[in-house]
Design a protein around this ligand. Structure first.
Ligand code: IPM
Ligand code: MN
Length: 369
């Protein structure tokens, strides 16, 4: 336990609103740590006397997280849209970041800054768990999937050109190195998280060379993990089966090339209620960025309606990645029980809570834990 500085990228659209909610929840969880108060009465006296305000800003060794907030509004540099240096430097220095959504232009314009971040820091594995949220009913009970997506290449390589009028090529680039690296991370993740199987998801029946090589890399890594079972399945078949019954996928980690992971992770999110509920972690050797999978939702920007759950769950992945499990468990317990009690159901989930009601309900629960 110590004081970790973490980069916070609130992002576009609803980003700042959901980031605000996460910050409030972290601050409250900090206050609720036993060593900061102990007896409730004493804590509230301290709060009234203004000491708590001082503590929040001083370098309290026992407060696990401090935020370094940076803006990622794109800037034009030498004719290219880039991320401000300050944001890059901050992530480089802190090595851990929590990130809200960044709007991506469709069909034209600059390269998605989400991708730029993944590439800049070689965030080679994108971990996307989908776990059913108690208190929010969907046709599926007990979904518990983990998908690990190769995060730097494939169709996301950005190599496109028009050969002649009306004929374009988008190159799907697959390297053995990146395939092996993400496969290794998938097996490592499985062994660390009590999952006893890795399934490589592919279309090597069609893309015999690229997906074929991805599978070769997975098979090679599987040999190093004799205690973890390994199998392979076709992407289309997994889509069909998981929509019929996700429960057989609760024992394993699925690993796959970039675009397949993008699509299958949205499908999985649909099983538990949508992108408002799904976290992710972009893992690299020198830095990791945890982000909500959803977009910037410009239609509800600034209206106080956004659902912070995906960013909050991402922040919990971040805490666990940093080894701050106790702090994560506490926030998770407060958030999930509040949602289960129906007190923090936002409109995207058919409820009435706004961002403020959502946050306040979780703060009230934290105060009682
Ligand atoms: C995601 C998103 C991104 C992607 C977009 C915003 C570039 O859909 O994180 O899944 O396609 O990877
Ligand atoms: Mn996506």
């Amino acid at each position: 336990d110590g004081n970790y500085l973490v980069t916070l990228i609130p992002g576009d659209g609803i980003g700042p609103e959901i980031a605000e909610s996460v910050k409030k929840i972290f601050a409250a969880a900090k206050r609720a740590q036993p060593y900061l108060g102990g007896v409730e009465g004493i804590e509230s006296v301290e709060r009234e006397s203004g000491k708590e305000g001082v503590a929040a800003h001083s370098r309290d060794e026992k407060a696990p997280i401090s935020w370094e907030e940076v803006d990622v509004t794109p800037i034009l540099k030498d004719g290219k849209t880039v991320i401000p240096d300050r944001a890059i430097e901050s992530v480089k220095k802190n090595t851990v970041a929590l990130k809200g959504p960044l709007a991506t232009p469709i069909g034209k314009g600059h390269v998605s800054l989400n991708l730029t971040l993944r590439r800049t820091f070689s965030l080679f594995a994108n971990v996307r768990p989908c776990v059913s949220i108690q208190g929010f009913k969907t046709p599926y009970d007990n979904v518990n999937t983990v998908l690990i997506r190769e995060n730097t290449e494939g169709e996301y390589s950005g190599i496109e050109h028009e050969i002649v009028d009306g004929v374009v090529q988008s190159i799907k680039l697959i390297t053995y190195e990146a395939s092996e690296r993400v496969a290794r991370y998938a097996f490592h993740y499985a062994s660390e998280n009590g999952r006893n199987k890795v399934t490589a998801v592919h279309k090597a029946n069609i893309m015999k060379m690229s997906d074929g090589m991805f599978l070769t890399a997975c098979r090679a890594v599987a040999k190093d993990y004799p205690n973890i079972a390994y199998d392979e399945d076709l992407l289309d078949r997994v889509c069909l089966r998981i929509a019929q019954d996700p429960s057989p996928y609760a024992d394993r980690v699925m690993v796959m090339p970039n675009l397949y992971g993008d699509i299958l992770s949205d499908l999985s999110a649909g099983l538990i209620g949508g992108l408002g509920l799904t976290p992710s972690g972009n893992i690299g050797k020198d830095a990791s960025i945890f982000e909500a999978v959803h977009g910037s939702a410009p239609d509800i920007e600034g209206k106080g309606l956004a659902n912070p759950t995906a960013l909050l769950l991402s922040s919990l992945m971040m805490l666990r990645h940093m080894g701050l499990n106790e702090f994560a468990d506490k926030i998770e317990k407060a958030a999930l029980t509040t949602i289960a009690e129906g007190k923090a159901i936002t409109r995207d989930l058919g409820g009435k809570a706004g961002t403020k009601e959502y946050t306040d309900a979780i703060l009230a629960k934290l105060a009682k834990l």
